[in-house]
Design a protein around this ligand. Structure first.
Ligand code: AMP
Ligand code: MG
Length: 470
């Protein structure tokens, strides 16, 4: 299939209507259109056409038991997707729509089973991106749209990312630049009492609790349950780990220890609490023994089926370093970097503004050594001598060894700065770009810093921890 790329200026939608009308024709004809939203790029099809929706699962390689979010542009379309909308849902729709909030509601009868993976609930969102809204409007139908990436990979935060994953598999990719938020929407199940955050995002628990005071988080950290209700009147940022058995989304009861809560519900909960408490998080990594425990918990399906999979993950190993403060975290990253480099691996470090300078010497030192290693490798492969290398720089490389010189040299250590540790929104916006970029540069392992979990920082750590699961 030939994929068409349509550049659409989000600031001039009135002038871009004809392009969006053209894309909407493809949607109405049962085709696939990748489009920008304020969170990440989505892969859209007519939500009411099961044959079209099936193509989404194929193009992404998405497991059939992972339901899709339907996107609407106008509240009058809501009954096409959901029925019996409770007041608590209406309240947060009024506050956060259009925007990065998805609600799980009772499914309308016309929604094909493939969209909801057979569940009797349906997820729905009204995005705020002008190109997304215009495309949905022009299509005249809700768009089922998961993130426009190959399943399991980091979500796409540019049209280039979509092209890399889906070129040749979809009809149209609309390119409107970089999404403002950079991570997926918050998912809230309003069919349960109290309402439950199934996936954290830009709309955080504090914002939601202003409208839904009893709301809890019961996402993909298994037993990790955040209860704002219990927090009220106490220190902000105190979180609770429930004592559940590892099944379903029920939160069990919580145990309080010195102003904070700690759980005894198993590995995942305890790991998660150590994140919250700022303890050592380096145990949660793609190479640690606790991963089996984490994986096992994730596989015990929570209420949001999509959260049981490894997600958002680069090709490289991904490891998170934690600690009491940024100095300690940077120290751990340096240690890990040395250890991995000694094993012959290329290391990508995701720094922050506060720690960036801590890694400069590693780049200098190890990149030089990597070059040295590259030379040795080339020597082993073809007896390429140093005088040949001199020739190369002088432009006198004999034809027969040119290809050997072109074999990619180890990159050593590379650093990408994600942003300011105190501004998690900036880190959210650059995380997926950085993961894909490190893959492109040939990193074998990517090391990231634990960041404070205030506001969207909580969602950032959620995505990082999912990416670290092997
Ligand atoms: P994505 O489309 O990749 O942004 O993922 C959508 C997320 O919403 C996944 O984690 C799904 O499991 C979740 N989701 C979609 N529909 C439902 C539903 N009916 N109930 C619970 N979670 C849902
Ligand atoms: Mg996704």
């Amino acid at each position: 299939m030939k994929t068409e790329i349509l550049k659409v200026d989000p600031l001039n939608i009135a002038l871009e209507r004809s392009k969006l009308r053209y894309a909407a024709d493809v949607i109405r004809g049962g085709g696939l259109v990748a489009f920008p939203t304020e969170t990440v790029y989505g892969l859209g099809a007519d939500a009411l056409n099961p044959k079209a929706v099936e193509k989404i699962f194929k193009a992404k390689g998405r497991p059939a038991d992972n339901p899709l979010i339907s996107h609407i542009a106008d509240i009058s379309s809501l009954p096409l997707i959901a029925v019996e909308v409770p007041e608590k849902a209406a309240v947060i729709m009024r506050r956060f729509w259009p925007g990065p909030l998805t609600l799980v509601l009772k499914k309308a009868p016309g929604v094909p089973g493939i969209v909801t993976a057979g569940l009797d609930t349906a997820a729905v969102r009204m995005p705020s991106h002008p190109a997304a809204l215009a495309l949905i409007e022009e299509s005249g139908t809700p768009l089922a749209a998961p993130s426009a990436n190959t399943s399991g990979k980091p979500s796409p935060t540019s049209a280039e990312h979509v092209i890399a994953d889906l070129s040749g598999k979809v009809d149209i990719i609309i390119d409107s630049g970089i999404p403002a938020i950079g991570i997926e929407s918050t998912v809230v199940d309003v069919t349960s009492d109290p309402p439950v955050i199934l996936r954290p995002g830009w709309v955080d628990i504090q914002m939601l609790a202003e409208y839904l005071p009893g709301i809890i988080y019961s996402g993909d950290r298994g037993r990790f349950c955040v209860s704002l209700q219990e927090e009220q009147g106490q220190d902000r940022g105190r979180f609770c780990v429930s004592k559940g058995t590892g099944e379903g989304g029920s939160s069990g009861h919580t145990e309080h220890h010195g102003g904070r809560c700690a759980g005894n519900g198993g590995g995942v909960g305890e790991d998660a609490s150590s994140v919250r408490m700022g303890n050592d998080l380096s145990a949660i990594s793609s190479s640690s023994s606790s991963n089996d425990e984490i994986k096992e918990k994730l596989i015990q399906s929570p209420k949001s089926p999509g959260m049981k999979y490894r997600h958002y993950a680069p090709e490289a190993l991904f490891e998170i370093a934690g600690g009491r403060d940024e100095r300690e975290i940077a120290g751990k990253i340096r240690e890990l970097c040395r250890a991995y480099f000694a094993q012959g691996m290329n290391v990508g470090i995701l720094s922050t503004v506060q720690t960036d300078s801590e890694y400069a010497d590693l780049v200098r030192k190890f990149t030089k050594r990597a070059n040295h290693r590259a030379d040795q490798k080339t020597d082993n492969m073809g007896g390429l001598k140093s005088d040949h290398r001199t020739d190369h720089t002088a432009g006198h490389v004999p034809d027969n060894i040119e290809t050997k010189i072109k074999t990619p040299a180890p990159g050593g250590v590379e650093v990408i700065c994600l942003g300011d540790r105190k501004e998690a929104a900036g880190i959210a916006a650059s995380l997926y770009y950085a993961l894909r970029e490190m893959d492109r540069r040939g990193a074998d392992v990517i090391l990231a810093e634990q960041i404070p979990e205030d506001g969207i920082g909580f969602a950032v750590m959620n995505r990082m921890m999912k990416a670290a699961v092997k």
